[in-house]
Design a protein around this ligand. Structure first.
Ligand code: CU
Length: 409
């Protein structure tokens, strides 16, 4: 059953991906036809462009913004240039290469906001909206605290924000290989409610919040050029993030729930294949990425493996302002085992490993601007169009990313 379901999901992933790329290529072909009609004395111009492209990062500004149609002509494909642009306004890392000896540094701020809950059954996925009143109620006067008969949990999450500060550096090792180093600083905040009562009535609602904050895992990746269009990469995530974060609940210090931990606690292997097409003015691409968590961590559980597909389209105007659109499909596996330090998994759905694993589809719109100094600023807003979960989980409302990158020659 599970295998059939995954195969179906994978099938629809690939179908959506191919429609997206076909669409991109059709649009691009139409655009090329259009620009050919305006190509009178283009050969001289092309020669000039090729000469200029050796110092592309500092002086790729078109001669004049008012040139209009000229800006839509195909420019020479410039890999470094294109990669840097793609990385800035898109909320994921697009795997790419740099010239040998070339450095790039970047910072991304990502904020994911979750509000409310959705539910599937423990055996299969679903997306029925549920309220705290439906899943959590604590027996008035019970000691130790116990859920009212018919309810699974003592408390329910209301909303949560996950803020991620990503710092990355890239270095072109040789013509075909670039290395990336990345680390994150995380800030998690969750608001919760405890409803005291009995089978029929809620007599008292108590609100509380919990926070965790600190360094997350550290990622090292090698990105290898397979051809001009294809990049294959292999990475490793080292467990530098804590899995022993605690929070204060009703005056007691308890182990923080899975979602509030800062790291995975395992050495993770990352693999990715990226396709890129187009030119600096109009381009598209797709990327598959897989995260494999090896073994169980020191607290006795392992996070589910994650499979993702991204596809994007992007248009750059003559003033170096870009607009992009991306679709993202995620298949997140369930947690195996349970955190031995969580004493009471009926505290809230977030403390229960059974409430993990989901399928989610997101769409995004992004903007970015490159400055002549080599700096680039980007923004992307992303919203789920479909999410189905196993068990009871928080519903993602939106994610936004702010980014800065700088290319050193
Ligand atoms: Cu880079």
């Amino acid at each position: 059953m599970a295998t059939l379901k995954s195969t179906l999901h994978l099938g629809s992933f690939i179908l959506v991906l191919f429609s997206f790329i076909t669409y991109a290529q059709t649009i691009h072909a139409m655009e090329m036809d259009h620009s050919k009609m305006n190509m009178g004395e283009k050969t001289d111009k092309e020669k000039t462009k090729k000469k200029k492209s050796s110092n592309h990062h500092k002086s790729k500004w078109p001669a004049s913004i008012s040139k209009g149609v000229d800006a839509w002509e195909q420019e020479e494909f410039d890999e470094d240039d294109l990669s840097n642009e793609l990385n800035t306004e898109i909320g994921i890392i697009i795997h790419h290469q740099h010239k040998s000896g070339n450095w790039m540094v970047g910072y991304k701020y990502m904020n994911m906001f979750m509000d409310g809950m959705i539910r599937g059954t423990q055996e299969r996925e679903g997306n029925e909206k549920v309220s705290p009143e439906q899943i959590a109620r604590t027996q008035m006067g019970s000691s130790p605290l116990t859920p009212v008969t018919g309810f699974n949990y003592l408390m329910a999450p209301i909303d949560m924000s996950m803020k991620m500060h990503m710092i990355m550096a890239m270095y072109g090792l040789n013509k075909n290989t670039s290395l990336m180093f990345m680390t994150n600083y995380l800030q998690n905040d969750m608001n919760m409610v405890m409803q005291m009562g009995n089978q029929t009535t809620i007599m008292n609602s108590m609100y509380s919040s919990m926070q965790t904050e600190g360094l997350s895992d550290t990622v090292l990746t090698a990105m290898v050029r397979a051809s001009d269009a294809w990049t294959i990469s292999f990475g490793m995530s080292l467990p530098t993030g804590s899995i022993d974060e605690t929070v204060l609940m009703n005056g007691n210090t308890v182990q923080a729930p899975y979602k509030m931990q800062l790291g995975t606690g395992t050495v993770d292997f990352l693999q990715s294949v990226t396709y890129k097409g187009g030119d600096t003015s109009f381009n598209w691409g797709a990327q598959e990425s897989f995260t494999y968590h090896s073994g169980a961590n020191s607290n006795g559980y392992v996070l589910g493996n994650k499979f993702q597909i991204d596809a994007w389209l992007r248009k750059t105007f003559s003033n170096q302002f870009s607009i992009s659109s991306r679709i993202n499909l995620v298949d997140q596996g369930q947690i195996e085992g349970r955190d031995a330090k969580i004493m009471n998994s009926s505290m809230s759905p977030t403390f229960d490993a059974a409430n993990s694993g989901y399928h989610r589809a997101n769409i995004s719109i992004g903007f970015s601007k490159r400055f002549s100094s080599g700096n680039r600023l980007g923004f992307e807003y992303s919203k789920p169009i479909s999410q189905v979960v196993t068990g009871t989980q928080m519903e993602v409302q939106y994610t936004y990313t702010l980014s800065w990158s700088y290319m050193m020659m």
